[in-house]
Design a protein around this ligand. Structure first.
Ligand code: DX5
Ligand code: ZN
Length: 213
């Protein structure tokens, strides 16, 4: 199956986010990955709902994949849903009531995902597979772009794909072309590319190359 590339706007120029969006649209990517960090769940701060709303004005057909790295995502579901998210992922390691928060996302008419950190076993997702659209497996410790991919994440894809054939699997962090190919072969559907995408000389070629592996 064709792999979806989700460029991460976090790696774009924050003083010119509309230009960064334009680069994504011109690359032919269908998803945009938006990293939301609270300085508690991860040691960094990024965007709020107001930024997502502003980005949504330049959205065209892009699918907004909003990755909440928040200690309490439950307080922000409505805000990000109304701002233009199409899919909202929350971390299983957050302090939110998971079931209730998943339901809140669905009730806003959005797709729902669960994300796991590198130190979390993939089996932690198993009890939720029937209630989520996507499982997000971190390939790095969340917080920053441009880190090295942790190869221990590869096995998680394989294990989860064996457990469930339907669920979408997304890999996030440290992605390059070679890892994207390996992730795709193991059963991943979506790969996030931050640094690799924004540093690429020819982003269209990068996206096509990954998609057509
Ligand atoms: C990391 C974020 C990732 C990041 C990916 O905390 O969740 O989405 O932006 O960037 P790269 O591909 O540079 O690791
Ligand atoms: Zn992310």
């Amino acid at each position: 199956m064709k792999i979806t590339v989700a460029p991460s706007i976090l790696a774009g120029d924050h003083s010119a986010l509309a230009n960064a969006m334009d680069r994504v649209i011109k690359s032919g990517a269908r998803w945009l990955h938006i990293d939301i960090m609270d300085g508690h769940f991860v040691p960094n701060l990024t965007f709020g709902p107001q930024t997502v709303r502003a980005l949504a004005r330049h959205k065209r057909d892009l699918f907004f994949d909003v990755h909440l790295m928040l200690m309490h995502p439950e307080y922000f579901i409505e805000a990000f849903a109304e701002a233009g998210a199409d899919l909202i992922s929350i971390h299983i390691e957050s302090r939110s009531p998971i079931e209730k928060t998943l339901l809140a996302i669905k009730q806003m008419g959005k797709k729902v995902g669960i994300a796991i950190n590198p130190e979390t076993a993939v089996e932690a997702i198993f009890p939720y597979v029937d209630r989520i659209d996507l499982a997000l497996i971190m390939g790095v410790h969340p917080g920053f772009c441009g880190q090295r991919f942790l190869e221990s994440s590869l096995e998680k894809i394989e294990v989860l794909r064996r457990y469930n054939r339907e669920i979408k699997i997304e890999i996030d962090g440290g992605m390059n072309r070679e890892y994207a190919r390996r992730c795709g072969r193991l059963g991943a559907d979506v790969v996030v590319t931050g640094a690799a995408f924004f540093e690429a000389e020819d982003p269209l070629e990068l996206v096509r190359g990954i998609e057509n592996e």
